[in-house]
Design a protein around this ligand. Structure first.
Ligand SMILES: [Zn+2]
Length: 425
């Protein structure tokens, strides 16, 4: 099987039937926009965006259709991210997976897999993903036609061997370039081989022996394993069989597996320390309100949407920014977002928008990646708001009023409507 080929028969076998399958196939004949497909079905539209898009991709794949990922407009990264995950979840199904794991996308029998879907050569992992995942799986879609192009499976033991100058507590993104780094090229893999890697390890262990050349470059004189050498091409050995042989087969596996597990437990412990909420100080510059230290809170006043935007990384701290007095207990709003997400992680971005369709949109992003983990976008009617969001809305009304210097935007109907909403405690 070549690198572009999709094993539709496997995907079909692994797809569980869903109530929206027929609807998706019918609707897809008229539009390939995932957002239109989601919005046109009541139950599908009640799911989170990522979940709904995964369901759409799964239905299409299971029917032998490669979803057209182009022309999704601003949502293309969510669409390709969800589609990549849908593809892998059908390829190596375990139990139904919860969305939004901390630092990885899929847990396959204890193996944490971080999936990066991309149209370009470079992918980046957050430090949490870098420290928590066992495998980085890169799914590349074709920039021009949006079809599946190829995949690379990079065990983190190998990634870390190549990035050994990186400090474990580094907050920088770890980037991997599939074209420029020769070692990544060595980890290219077909979809059926990915499946075999995760599902048939015992079979590989019972049949595979590395050739002499591989053995002598991978096993060093002190019997330790050279992980960098794992990516070197060989005419007789597939790299992933070599990897399983040396990491899962005895005697090589024992020492190293223990080392790895201990290290991982340490880093887990570290990232699970309770999240300390930042203390915000609002400042004003050129009419924009900043939260001290490169945070921005922006009031959005448009004809069709009104709300608040908070972005931790969106603005570089401007020198000469006059520190103002605290305008509002913004921390409280931040806490409601945390409560809504039910997580203990730093929030990097959120928005609360009241829109002309009468719904309130909440977007919260904790991870660095544009898609997952830590990305939630949901809309609610005011009367349907979960409790923390009811509080958040009330507070947003106050913050908007304050940021607006208390002046009613008389000509803005939406603003008046938003201010008129009262939600029960
Ligand atoms: Zn070999």
């Amino acid at each position: 099987m070549n690198y572009q080929e999709i094993p539709f028969d496997i995907l079909k076998k692994n797809k569980s039937p869903k109530i929206w399958d027929d609807y998706i196939l019918e609707k897809y004949k008229c539009t390939n926009r995932f957002s239109d497909i989601k919005e046109g079905h009541k139950l599908l539209d009640e799911l989170t965006i990522v979940h709904a898009y995964k369901e759409i991709a799964k239905t299409l794949y299971a029917s032998g259709i490669e979803p057209n990922l182009i022309h999704q407009f601003h949502e293309y990264s969510t669409v390709i991210g969800s589609t990549g995950e849908a593809l892998i979840e059908l390829l190596i199904p375990d139990k139904e997976l919860p969305v939004n794991n901390d630092g990885f996308d899929i847990n396959f029998k204890g193996n944490y897999i971080e999936i990066k879907s991309t149209l370009v050569d470079k992918v980046s992992m957050s430090s949490s993903q870098y420290n928590t995942s066992d495998y980085l799986l890169i799914i590349k879609f074709h920039k021009g036609n949006g079809k599946f192009n190829c995949a690379w499976l990079a065990p983190m033991l190998i990634v870390k061997a190549y990035k050994n100058t990186r400090k474990p507590d580094s907050k920088q993104l770890a980037t991997v370039n599939t074209e420029r780094s020769t070692w990544v090229r060595g980890l290219k893999i077909t979809l059926p081989r990915i499946r075999r890697f995760f599902i048939n390890q015992d079979k590989i262990l019972s049949t595979f022996k590395p050739c002499k050349k591989c053995y002598s470059t991978i096993v060093q004189s002190d019997n330790s394993i050279n992980f960098r050498a794992m990516t070197e091409p060989c005419n007789t050995c597939a790299w992933e069989e070599r990897y399983i042989y040396f990491t899962k087969g005895t005697p090589y596996s024992e020492v190293k597996e223990n080392l790895f597990i201990n290290k991982r437990q340490q880093t887990r412990k570290k990232i699970q320390q309770p999240h300390i909420r930042p203390s915000f100080l609002l400042s004003e510059l050129n009419g924009q309100i900043f939260i001290d230290r490169s945070c921005l809170i922006r009031a959005i006043f448009n004809k069709d949407r009104i709300g608040l935007y908070f972005g931790r990384h969106s603005v570089v701290k401007t020198t000469g920014c006059t520190k103002g007095t605290v305008v509002y207990p913004f921390n409280e709003l931040y806490d409601y977002m945390l409560e809504f997400l039910n997580i203990n992680e730093q929030i990097n971005e959120f928005h609360i928008l009241y829109k002309s369709n009468g719904k309130i949109d909440f977007l919260v992003r904790t991870g660095m990646a544009p898609v997952k983990p830590g990305f939630i976008e949901e809309s609610f009617l005011p009367e349907e708001l979960p409790k923390p969001l009811r509080k958040a809305l009330t507070l947003s009304q106050d913050v908007l009023y304050t940021l607006n210097d208390g002046t009613q935007k008389e000509n803005n109907e939406l603003y008046k409507k938003l201010m008129a909403i009262t939600v029960a405690e």
